[in-house]
Design a protein around this ligand. Structure first.
Ligand code: CA
Ligand code: CA
Length: 608
């Protein structure tokens, strides 16, 4: 009898349980008062959600529409938050017949202070990979239930770096002269070989191996205290095939294709401007899966659109972030990602967004910048772009494949850009072999390339570790090697001058000086530029503001070069004393306007 009762009780319980409305999660987890985006679409995760009614305890929050998803484990609810609503925890009740469940939805007051500063040509950015930079907390290195099997793959395992490590090294970066940090994505990547962060399994949660949402917020605050801005690496295009969605998609059209059947990646970024392109090619670029374990969002789906837009606004507002680096921009649905950028910039007008558009061809690249005059049937609304063109030319110079003319030629194409000052310039990044790898021991070539990058237009970005002369190797695992000194067991701490050898300190001091020169002379950040077609592999240009005029001259030859400046003597006027602010070199230009430039060298002369 007892057993029978238990069985009845069990069955009854199961019956009630299966009928109940369950809410497990709401995304976004909260919103704020006074946002421009105040029509919010709540994505409810739970059980038995089809056909629910919804009501807020405070009738000022309007329920505009409730959508049944194809899958009853989800529901989408459009709500409207009035501008003047007081902040507070509001009760949302979902009901169906006699069943109901209540949950809290916090609506917060917007924070004030140093927030949403943007980034510009007055900044120098530092790109780091959190897992590879510094391990500040060994207790989070391995977390039960999180994929760590990648440790078996040489150079592609997790190293344990984290946000605590990033906070610990803020003073190092401040001292180096950095004014903005772009860290690769920090959201949860509970998936195979995912130390890089580009395979989200939860868009609203920092990976616990890196820290927590609260710690990330603290990191931004600590950076802001030091005058350092924070750029969010944002991925709208794809997510991990281990995302819980893939077990239970809210709707079939949430993604492009399916795990088993989808278009592969197509890297032809020129199709959007190609006047002869077929719509099938465009579809292939927008809907192909970047790699087979990264699922492509169907950004034509309005629910997906709302999800991505709200998720971005949420992070920027939650943390007070200053900018966004948008990953794999051309692979997104172009109409959607353009709308996304417009909405983000309208919500945060002082923000900046740099789109990763991986093409070294200026004409294709330029078409991606906001308000381009080039023929394009939509405006990307992207203020900034990654300058792969200049990177390619600088690296070609370093390897000897190219020369000074190639560098000049790329910069001479700046007329194509709406605003070339907004181009993010770099010589290496987390996807490309390091400059000193290409230099193959020819350090002077690398220094020439860096000096041109740091004195020409744009927003320079330095890849972590390159400042201490890290060489790395070919392939992601090796070029993303851990920063020596950031990890347990490291024999030297290269964050410290005393542990760096002569070569490492010399390279560090060289880059630090370039940052100092750039940021303390407006001529380089926002001044006028005049440059000249290189003759015999010597490139020179002037940077000038109201107070100072500089002459940068780079000799790309392995021998001393004599340069005749007589055709440009008007540029020197009466200021024929050239005093290098990079070295102690001093020249007085004589009547013949000829100067000698040392082999494989560059000088930054102040005209006096
Ligand atoms: Ca750690
Ligand atoms: Ca896509």
């Amino acid at each position: 009898m007892k057993k029978f009762c238990l069985l009845i009780f069990f069955l009854f319980n199961q019956f009630v349980f299966s009928q109940n409305i369950i809410v497990n999660k709401i995304e976004p987890p909260n919103w704020w008062t006074g946002m421009k985006w105040n029509n919010v679409q709540l994505m409810i995760y739970g059980e038995n959600l089809n056909g629910v009614k919804a009501k807020f305890s405070d009738s000022r929050i309007k329920i505009k529409k409730i959508y049944d998803a194809e899958n009853e484990l989800y529901s989408f609810i459009d709500i409207q938050i009035p501008k003047n609503l007081p902040a507070g925890d509001y009760q949302l009740t979902l009901s169906k017949g006699s069943l109901s469940t209540s949950t809290t939805f916090p609506i917060l007051k917007r924070e004030k202070g140093i927030r949403h500063q943007g980034f510009s040509n007055n900044d120098v950015i530092y790109l780091l990979m959190p897992d590879r930079f510094a391990n500040g907390d060994v207790s989070n290195d391995s977390i039960p239930g999180y994929y760590d099997s990648m440790q078996k793959i040489p150079n592609e395992w997790r190293f344990g770096g984290d946000i605590k490590g990033m906070i610990d090294k803020l003073d190092y970066l401040k001292d180096f002269g950095i004014t903005a940090i772009w860290a690769t994505p920090l959201v949860e990547n509970n998936t195979f070989r995912s130390y890089h962060g580009y395979s989200a399994t939860d868009f609203y949660k920092i990976d616990p191996r890196l820290g927590s949402n609260e710690l990330y917020k603290m990191y931004v605050e600590e950076a802001h205290k030091r005058g350092i801005k924070i750029i969010l690496d944002h991925v709208a295009n794809h997510f991990s095939d281990h995302h819980p969605w893939m077990k239970n998609l809210p709707m079939k059209s949430w993604i492009n294709g399916s795990l088993e059947n989808h278009l592969p990646a197509n890297h032809n970024k020129m199709v959007f401007t190609d006047i002869y392109a077929d719509s099938s090619t465009i579809k292939h670029v927008e809907q192909g899966w970047f790699v087979k374990d990264m699922v492509d969002f169907n950004q034509e789906n309005p629910f997906v659109q709302n999800y991505i837009i709200q998720n971005t606004i949420w992070w920027v507002e939650y943390n007070g972030l200053d900018g966004i680096r948008e990953d794999t921009q051309p692979y997104n649905n172009q109409k959607f990602i353009s709308r996304w950028a417009k909405i983000i910039m309208e919500e945060f007008p002082t923000l900046n967004i740099v789109g990763e558009v991986w093409t070294g061809e200026s004409d294709f690249l330029a078409a991606y910048q906001k308000n381009t005059f080039l023929k394009k049937n939509f405006n990307t609304n992207l203020p900034s772009l990654t300058d792969f063109g200049l990177r390619d030319a600088l690296i070609d110079f370093v390897t000897g494949k190219g020369n000074m003319y190639e560098i000049f030629n790329v910069i001479a194409k700046d007329f194509l850009f709406t605003d070339p000052n907004q181009l993010v310039t770099f010589v290496d990044n987390h996807d490309l072999e390091r400059i000193l790898f290409y230099a193959n021991g020819n350090i002077e070539r690398a220094k020439v390339a860096y000096t041109i990058m740091m004195t020409t237009r744009g927003i320079p970005c330095i890849f972590y570790g390159s400042e201490i002369g890290m060489v790395g190797g070919r392939g992601h695992g090796v070029l993303r090697a851990p920063f020596p000194g950031g990890f347990t067991g490291d024999t030297r701490d290269l964050f410290k001058k005393s542990d760096r050898n002569l070569y490492e300190n010399s390279f560090y001091n060289f880059l630090k000086k370039l940052i100092d020169i750039r940021l303390n002379n407006k001529a380089f950040t926002s001044g006028k530029m005049i440059h000249y077609p290189p003759v015999a592999n010597v490139y020179y240009f002037f940077r000038e503001d109201a107070n100072k005029k500089f002459f940068v001259i780079a000799n790309g030859n392995e021998k001393e070069s004599s340069v005749d400046l007589s055709l440009i003597k008007h540029q020197f006027d009466k200021k024929t004393n050239l005093n290098s602010i990079l070295t102690d070199n001093k020249i007085i230009i004589g009547n013949d306007y000829k100067i000698n430039v040392k082999p494989m060298s560059v000088e930054i002369y102040l005209l006096e």
